[in-house]
Design a protein around this ligand. Structure first.
Ligand SMILES: [Zn+2]
Length: 103
């Protein structure tokens, strides 16, 4: 498989949202390609905190269906938090601009 295809799939792979077949293909590619493996490691470093929490949730719920639900729930929560972060950042920038306009 080509590197650019693997790289497109890495975020989903890191979230565990790929099929067994895709997972096998990606893991096979890691054995042959250091660049993609390092890229994957940098992704997992970035989201290691998220993963730890997700693993805690998985430890609470042994049923695989529930685990899948919590994983999806948690990743959607994560995306919402990113949205919230940018909303707050935008708000702060606007506030600074607003305050500066009085000087
Ligand atoms: Zn590669």
């Amino acid at each position: 498989m080509k590197c650019f295809l693997i790289r497109d799939l890495l975020p989903f792979y890191a979230e565990g949202q790929v099929s067994k077949e895709t997972k096998t293909v990606i893991e096979q590619h890691f054995k042959e390609c250091n660049h993609c493996r390092e890229l994957y490691e940098s992704i997992t470093d970035y989201s290691s905190e998220l993963k730890e929490s997700a693993e805690l949730i998985e430890a609470w719920e042994p049923k695989s269906d529930d685990r899948e639900f919590w994983r999806k729930y948690y990743s959607s929560l994560y995306m919402k938090n990113i949205g919230l972060f940018f909303a707050v950042l935008f708000f702060i920038i606007e506030m600074v601009r607003f305050v500066k306009s009085f000087k």
